[in-house]
Design a protein around this ligand. Structure first.
Ligand code: C5P
Length: 222
């Protein structure tokens, strides 16, 4: 049986995961957050005291890492060597580490097969940076979901403050610009819109409008 894959790519903080999760739930598709996989590797590297710039150190930890995605009540949980790290990976420090490890080709290769295999087992909606360009180039639906850096920073700020984290708007904007730069300029699988992806700018859309827009695109293409 041929399953449907929806690839959603875009920069940090554009609301990809919230929108993708809601759209997947509505369609009964499995939602796959590939950023959580890179974040888990970042967490493993950080916990070992390895610097983000230490490429050899990052590569050396890969054989010690097993990443698994599980689903409870429709929510994705990410397990790092059996430990549920779904919450632990959502800090600014681990965002930084995720961005660093994701620029290492061996790390991307390490996750590629796992991600491709997930698309063979059911209808999925996968979000990341290179899903439409590298992981699932034949996906029938590709969406490049973006928003201005300022509006992404405002959303992220609100989210982290609600979680009780101590952050500043300037700090968040700086981190977003820095991660955009790193994601777009890296040599392997840089963040870029696939030629056949539909561009969706959510700067002036509410969450509900963004979800509706994604569902509309998926319905038109399938
Ligand atoms: O999407 P999220 O912000 O959780 O991703 C964390 C980091 O992982 C990103 O900054 C990006 O560098 C990296 N990433 C990637 N390729 C993906 C998903 C995430 O390089 N498919």
């Amino acid at each position: 049986m041929k399953y449907i894959s929806v690839a959603i790519d875009g920069p940090s903080g554009a609301g990809k995961s919230t929108v993708a999760r809601a759209a997947a739930a509505k369609l009964g598709y499995v939602y796959v957050d590939t950023g959580a996989m890179y974040r888990s590797i970042g967490l493993a590297v950080c916990r070992r005291g390895i610097a983000g710039e230490d490429t050899a150190g990052i590569i050396a930890t890969l054989p010690e890492i097993a990443i698994q995605l599980t689903y409870q009540d429709g929510a994705q949980h990410v397990l790092l060597n059996g430990e549920d790290v779904s919450e632990a990976i959502r800090t600014p420090e681990i965002s930084y580490y995720a961005s660093k490890v994701s620029a290492v080709p061996e790390v991307r290769r390490f996750l590629l097969e796992t991600q491709r295999n997930m698309a063979k087992n059911g209808n999925i909606l996968m979000d990341g940076r290179d899903i439409g360009t590298v992981i699932l180039p034949d996906a029938p639906v590709k969406i490049f979901l973006t928003a201005s850096a300022q509006s992404r920073a405002e959303r992220r700020y609100k989210e982290l403050i609600e979680k009780g984290q101590q952050v500043t708007m300037d700090g968040i904007l700086h981190d977003i610009n820095e991660r955009d730069r790193q994601d777009m300029t890296r040599a392997v699988a840089p963040l870029k819109q696939a030629d056949d992806a539909v561009l969706l700018d959510t700067s002036s859309l509410t969450l509900e409008e963004s979800i509706a827009a994604v569902l509309r695109i998926i319905r038109e293409k399938t």
